[in-house]
Design a protein. Structure first.
Length: 328
């Protein structure tokens, strides 16, 4: 039975994959790859795990040459878009890439595709403008210049503002990305170039971005205001010793006493998670006693490691990163 379509299939309908041991029927794999290519989700991975599919499997599963060519084109585009020195020709129907490393001081670029030759700017990526500065990128919320009634104008501006909040551009490749602005996760991953960025500030981020005092929150529709961010940082700096002392005062006895109690209840016959055994009463008592004594020896070590590592890390963050952010 195929795990994707849940239909019984003969054994020869399940092609083997070089990347992993998962099996699905050929028809489901082909449909999965067609959808992945149509959505430019490359490189394609196994539908059951993150293992990327090998080129030989892709050529075997994609019978249409046009799909194979499109997949390879998307792979190439993703590789080029990830390069900060690559610029794409802005001419219509031209997908030529120009390698423009070290062209910041001489920003005039020329498309090298035969029959195109379009000249454009390295900085703004627009047609070459020798006598004018780089124009800012057009805003998605810019209203049209056509005359309208006040009610229609207000409604149009509201729709444009909603569209601008739902559609933004990737900070690396400028691809349009849509997300419903409902306060959900703000950690975005561009499917074109693989850039990981924050939806609120539109900056490339690392995994600790939402822990930094930037005002961007993992969930929410907009970052904190400057006043709220400064008040929160001041509260962290002033209240950190009291909060750390309170947390350590609660964690130390809980870990020291809780681990032996937990181990005793686990080993005790009839306790949660225990199994019925054929041990005698004396053997059961010895087992419980040895488990509790061992946990009494281990729990202080765990407590010391938790406090000795966690407290310096928190203090370093509060009086290092937060203080530097306040000074700036």
């Amino acid at each position: 039975e195929c795990p994707l379509c849940l239909l019984p299939q003969p054994p020869e309908a399940f092609p083997t994959l070089a990347s992993c041991s998962h099996r699905s029927c050929r028809a489901c794999l082909q449909q999965y790859l067609r959808l992945a290519i149509s959505e430019s989700r490359v490189p394609a991975s196994c539908p059951h795990c993150p293992a990327p599919l090998q080129p030989a499997d892709l050529r075997r599963l994609l019978p249409e040459p046009a799909l194979r060519d499109k997949y390879e084109e998307f792979l190439l585009r993703r590789l080029l878009v990830a390069d900060p020195g690559t610029r794409w020709c802005p001419a219509p129907d031209c997908s030529y890439a120009v390698f423009a490393h070290g062209c910041a001081e001489c920003p005039r670029l020329t498309c090298g595709r035969e029959g195109c030759g379009t000249e454009f700017c390295y900085h703004c990526r627009q047609p070459w403008h020798p006598d004018s500065p780089c124009a800012p990128a057009p805003s998605l919320a810019t209203p049209t210049a056509q005359p309208a009634q006040p009610e229609e104008l207000a409604h149009g501006e509201a729709l444009a503002q909603a569209e601008a909040e739902d559609v933004k551009v990737c900070p690396r490749c400028s691809a349009f990305i849509m997300k419903i602005n409902d306060g959900s996760c703000n950690r975005m991953n561009c499917t074109v170039c693989g850039c990981l960025f924050c939806w609120l500030c539109l900056r490339e981020i690392s995994d600790v971005h939402f822990l930094s005092p930037s005002g961007c929150t993992f969930w929410g529709k907009r970052p904190w205001s400057r006043t709220r961010r400064i008040l929160w940082q001041l509260g962290m700096v002033l209240g950190a010793p009291m909060v750390i002392s309170l947390a350590a005062g609660v964690a130390v006895p809980v870990i020291t006493i809780g681990i032996p109690i937990y181990m005793g209840r686990k080993v005790l016959p009839g306790g949660p998670g225990s199994r019925r055994s054929s041990l005698s009463g004396c053997q059961q008592c010895l087992s419980v006693t040895s488990s509790v004594l061992l946990s009494l020896f281990v729990s202080p070590i765990i407590t010391a490691l938790t406090v000795g590592v966690g407290v310096p890390l928190v203090l370093t963050y509060v009086y290092g990163t937060v203080v530097l952010s306040l000074c700036r």
